[in-house]
Design a protein around this ligand. Structure first.
Ligand code: ZN
Length: 313
């Protein structure tokens, strides 16, 4: 199975060498990389016959643990010249650059329901974002202000599915997770409301930043115990714990997989905490030049700058 089994206590000790997965572009090609600290190596340089891309890793069922162990070994001195580069020197793509589907959940933090004056839902409110909305860490989030006038940020924990999941039980559901990354469920509120159907307001090109890295499930024994925040142009606007979720990651996987098959590489956005711009008083909607930072404990910081562009470019 792709998601590694979790030896007791693994992920709990801060001394562990964490190996993170990235997708990056080099010489025009998409590649799978392994990050230790801020040091990046191509998976192909770490292990002979390694998968070349995240999609290849997701299609194979036996290589993740081997890759992690090989990457945790210090590179032999003779290989140090090709043994890697620093994370900031490479062109990052989203960890899963084109998911098969993105399933998102509305109203999934208690405090976010409260700020809208509604009762917590009794079952998850599931909606879709189109995969063409995905962009990387440090990519520009852009929109035409003549199309979308009220654009908002939503910090979210993203779950990346590692194995085909159909009718799985909640207690087994986390075994289907490859790992976690940060997401920003950018939303055009005027389209979301005006359409009475969320998909357009949620799916504008660039409206789903993901990354920068994928932290494998073995490093996150409890996805419901992570600090999550969103900062816009220096102002901390969302701050919560994933423990405030109404339906946790395992419950969402079980719920979705009763209705449709979750496939390797599918991304599940688990909802946003309170503090989004549209419910603030006064409102704080996104403007040209804003810098958004989604930060999740043990996973990383996802930074994207906003840009408005009039007309169809
Ligand atoms: Zn959302």
């Amino acid at each position: 199975m792709l998601a590694p089994s979790t030896p007791p206590g693994r992920g709990a000790s801060p001394g562990d060498i964490a190996v993170r997965l990235i997708t990056y572009r080099e010489a025009g090609r998409e590649r799978l990389g392994l990050v230790t600290g801020d040091h990046v190596r191509a998976a192909a340089d770490v292990l002979p016959d390694a998968p070349g891309t995240m999609a290849e890793l997701l299609a194979r069922d036996d290589t993740l643990r081997e890759l992690q162990e090989a990457a945790a070994e210090p590179a032999p001195a003779a290989e140090s010249a090709r043994a890697g580069r620093r994370l900031e020197e490479i062109e990052l793509l989203a960890p899963v650059p084109r998911p098969g589907k993105i399933v998102a959940v509305g109203l999934n933090y208690h405090a976010h329901a409260t700020e809208q004056g509604i009762e917590p839902p009794t079952q998850p409110t599931v909606f879709a974002k189109f995969p063409t909305s995905v962009v990387a860490h440090e990519a520009t989030v852009s929109w035409d202000p003549e199309l979308a006038g009220q654009v908002d940020y939503e910090a979210e924990l993203a779950v990346v599915i590692g194995r085909t999941a159909r009718r799985v039980l909640e207690r087994d559901a986390l075994e289907y997770v490859l790992g976690y990354t940060c997401a920003n469920d950018v939303t055009a509120r005027d389209l979301q409301r005006g359409d009475r159907q969320w998909v357009r307001g949620k799916s504008l090109d660039t409206f789903c930043p993901l990354g920068p890295v994928l932290v494998t499930a073995d490093e996150i024994p409890d996805p419901q115990a992570l600090a999550i925040s969103c900062t816009v142009s220096g102002e901390r606007l969302q701050e919560a714990s994933t423990g405030d979720m109404i339906f946790g990651a395992a419950s969402l996987i079980a719920f979705c997989s009763r209705a449709f098959t979750l496939e390797p590489g599918d991304v599940l956005l688990t909802g946003t905490p309170s503090g989004v711009g549209v419910y603030r008083d006064p409102q704080r909607l996104l403007r040209d030049g804003d810098e958004m930072t989604v930060e999740i404990e043990r996973i990383g910081r996802l930074v994207n700058r906003c840009r408005t562009t009039v007309g169809d470019r």
